[in-house]
Design a protein around this ligand. Sequence first.
Ligand code: HEC
Length: 124
Amino acid sequence: MMTKFTQLLAVVLITAITCISCKNDNAELLYPPDVCDTSNVTYSNTILPILRDNCYRCHAGNQTVAPFHLDSYADASLVALSGHMYGAITHSSGYNAMPKDSDKLSDCNIAKIKKWIDDGAPNN
Ligand code: HEC
């Protein structure tokens, strides 16, 4: 009786361990690591939507929350090329962290903004 129970326990345990290890083996295939594509970054298709979604509520239109606007190419590129935009979105010391009082932008959005700035913040 006891032997049967021990055998059953062993089978259950082996099955459980096998299932867990299978799951781990397939995790990479089922959930591939996020890929951040920065190869086609443009102001109009990439940067403007990020700024509109995360910054315009304070930095645009008739908002006076923030001391300057980011809703035109001229303003956005000026702030970008000054180094302040990258400093602010990466929460670097010496800069006010942006978006103010919100979660940091995703790593991918930060990478896209960095790419645009490194390219010279073109109006494309
Ligand atoms: C909730 C309102 C709010 C949002 C959203 C916001 N800002 Fe700001 N931003 C401010 C205010 C207010 C300041 C003035 C400094 C301060 O009070 O922190 C500022 C300052 C800045 C500065 C100057 C920082 C420095 O220290 O040089 C930059 C650059 C900036 N914002 C960029 C952005 C960008 C880019 C986004 C979107 C990713 C954004 N902000 C979103 C309110 C906001």
